[in-house]
Design a protein around this ligand. Sequence first.
Ligand SMILES: [Fe+2]
Ligand SMILES: [Fe+2]
Length: 282
Amino acid sequence: MSGMIERREPTAARREIRIAALGDLHFDVDSRGQLRDLFAEIDRSADVLALCGDLTTHGRPEEMRALIDEMTGLKAPIVAVLGNHDHEAGMPDQLTELLRERGVHVLDGDHVVIDGLGFAGTKGFVGGFGRGALAPFGEKLVKDFVQGSIDEALKLENALRNLRTEQKVVLLHFAPMVETVIGEPENIYPFLGSSRLLQPLDMIGATVVFHGHAHHGTPSARTPGGIPVFNVALPLLEQSGHRYLLWTTPATERRKPEPSATTPAATAEATDAAARVRAFKG
Ligand SMILES: [Fe+2]
Ligand SMILES: [Fe+2]
């Protein structure tokens, strides 16, 4: 899947790419019919659908099959990462295979290019933020746990390094910074994400970051390097009467021979001037 290029129509004819982003669908077999209208609307309004994990409730294949049935008729390319709920039944590989058979680009430390726009993604992990982040000290169990956060940060770093597009869209499930989880109970912050994910973002640069998981968090914030980060968990979007975020950016086929030399802050500023973000009511 890594490095695939997908096009829906000649890019030269298009001036912008519209990404519909959302996460935390928590779909199960009893949810049938609840997202059909949403997917139909997204197909009309967006060029790419970005799904930020927790696609299912318990990570069971029958739940994923029900969700895939719901996507019937959705022609837009779909990029996705899994979430912790998609791991609950211990069958993330089967779920990934089902999605890939449907044609979904499932990212797990890798990337895909669609219409010249790069997507890098990984699930991420828990561990906490800033000075409150759990340190790899003491018992082996603690070190193994922290290594889970570090491994996900390394996967994101590799995905971004391998992406040579001018614009890099990042998909995560867990939050990379505390600012977009504020609103949740403070005592569960360490279980909502890990700021270890920030380092690859600000070191290599990204255009925009979408994540989910924090259902009652904050809609948006910026990394210290200035990259816009959006929490697109469906329950959070629904709090403001929306069902997905539509992010629009100029289309480009231009590729850089080397990874971006632009600083993350400059990238974010340049993107900010050009990109428009809108949220649509469902
Ligand atoms: Fe969730
Ligand atoms: Fe989650």
